[in-house]
Design a binder for this molecule. Structure first.
Ligand SMILES: Cc1cc2nc3c(=O)[nH]c(=O)nc-3n(C[C@H](O)[C@H](O)[C@H](O)COP(=O)(O)OP(=O)(O)OC[C@H]3O[C@@H](n4cnc5c(N)ncnc54)[C@H](O)[C@@H]3O)c2cc1C
Length: 415
């Protein structure tokens, strides 16, 4: 019987351990935390967006970095397979808006419990509070790991599923990248992904806590090219902007294409003419009021002083005195509220890590390293990332499944 060592008890590691064990291997799963799936527990605001129920074409479109590399792993263990995996094991799932899949109970703990039960049934040996500090390699072949207490464990193959660098308190501290680098792997510089953005404009601080629904956001690079455009929800914070639209936009940032600007259309449902007609109507109704007191129907209260300031129209000016030029300038502000991105927040606030182990050095049909034999990678350690919606967990489940399956098959073939 082959012996497989899996490092990291997140979704990728647990699925790798499950796949290897269900194919007959003796599996040891090593997790440095006191429990499995610490990050999984906080996913989807504690509800765990397990996967996405869209068709595969759509699924691949939501993977922004190296979707082709993931072709085999995802086709061998699709979103439907993930859905069935949990449903068949008593963790009933439901599909919500945007095809997002959650446990019916709304508890991520049910997803973790299901994985733990499946691992125990297959007699996977789970060692908690067990950190790995070195991978043992001889003649370019991995044959085991060295633990933090210097104990050595040997096996036929080693699967690394140590996660990225975000939310360090969950256990993913980037040490996996250090180990991969030591083993000769190129690591594409890790960066915070799906992360709030910092902006230059001081007025943003005045809007702290304000969330805007149904706005259109554009992310524009230094050449004026719109690299992301979407309708949705965003939030102002003390440092800049956050919320679903902003997190998604952050995934399109490329160092070489900055500085970027964000442009918000506050009234995307209206054409320019329609918005002008709307302004004329509102101004008509408030003809004798001061400009600053005439905008109550147009914006949330918190936004009014900022919009007045940006319009260049004195707040005390009577509405009947507003000129056409002033009105059209104001209209432009509403359709093109602009901010300059100065950077992203750090890893501590990033949902995922972009970058990671270069996929050119990994066989996409097996997840095995092309540098070190019998060494496999899975999950967020890889230079693959996707938008929100359950796609990042799908990457973890699929790559974990493939690594576990192939590691077991290979040990068996070479017996
Ligand atoms: C707040 C938040 C919400 C999210 N929500 C969603 C969501 O709803 N849907 C979605 O698809 N994605 C979501 N994600 C992303 C998703 O959680 C990750 O992509 C996924 O957890 C990656 O899985 P992984 O197994 O590769 O890594 P991780 O989950 O990070 O697991 C890696 C494990 O390896 C262990 N480890 C690290 N180093 C060592 C070592 N030296 N020795 C032993 N063990 C080690 C760690 O302790 C950790 O348990 C969210 C992320 C965050 C932070």
């Amino acid at each position: 019987m082959s012996k497989i060592i899996v490092v990291g008890g997140g979704p990728a590691g647990m699925m790798a351990a499950y796949a290897a064990a269900s194919n007959g291997a003796e599996v040891v799963l090593l997790e440095k935390n006191e429990k499995l799936g610490k990050k999984l527990f906080i996913t989807g605001k504690g509800r765990c967006n397990v996967t996405n129920y869209c068709d595969l074409e759509q699924l691949f479109r939501n993977i922004l970095t190296n979707p082709k590399f993931l072709n085999s792993s995802i086709r061998q263990f699709t979103n439907q397979d993930v859905y069935d995996f949990f449903n068949d094991r008593g963790c009933a799932l439901k599909v919500e808006r945007g095809d997002r899949v959650f446990p019916e109970s709304d508890h991520s703990s049910d997803v973790i419990r299901t994985m733990e039960k499946a691992l125990k049934e297959l007699q996977v040996k789970i060692l908690l509070n067990t950190g790995v500090k070195e991978i043992l390699v001889k003649d370019e072949k991995a044959y085991g790991v060295k633990l933090e207490d210097n104990t050595e464990l040997e096996g036929d193959s080693v699967i690394l599923a140590m996660g990225g660098k975000s939310y360090v308190s969950t256990g993913s501290d980037g040490y996996g990248f250090t180990l991969a680098h030591r083993l000769g792997h190129h690591v594409v510089t890790p960066q915070p992904g799906l992360v709030p953005l910092e902006v230059r404009e001081g007025w943003v601080k005045d809007l702290q806590g304000l969330s805007l629904r149904n706005v259109e956001l554009k992310l524009i690079n230094h050449n004026g090219k719109v690299v992301y455009k979407e309708l949705g929800e965003m939030l102002f914070t003390h440092f800049g902007v956050s919320g679903p639209l902003i997190l998604s936009a952050s995934s399109y940032l490329k160092e070489k294409e900055g500085p970027y600007i964000l442009r918000i259309n506050l009234k995307p449902g209206l054409s320019e003419d329609m918005l002008d007609a709307r302004l004329l109507r509102d101004f008509e109704e408030n003809n004798h009021k001061e400009f600053k007191n005439a905008l109550g129907k147009l914006f949330p209260t918190k936004l009014i002083p900022v919009m007045v300031e940006l319009s260049g129209i004195p707040g005390e000016q009577k509405v009947y005195d507003i000129t056409r030029t002033q009105r059209l300038h104001f209209l432009k502000q509403i359709m093109e509220l602009t901010m300059t991105v100065t950077g992203t927040r750090g890893f501590q606030e990033a949902i995922i890590t972009r970058g990671g182990v270069d996929v050119k050095e990994i066989n996409p049909s097996t997840m095995e390293s092309r540098r070190v034999r019998d060494l496999y990678f899975a999950g967020e350690m890889l230079d693959c990332d996707a938008l929100t919606g359950g796609f990042n967990l799908q990457i973890a489940w699929s790559t974990g499944n493939l690594a576990g399956t192939k590691a077991e098959q290979k040990s068996w073939e070479s017996e």
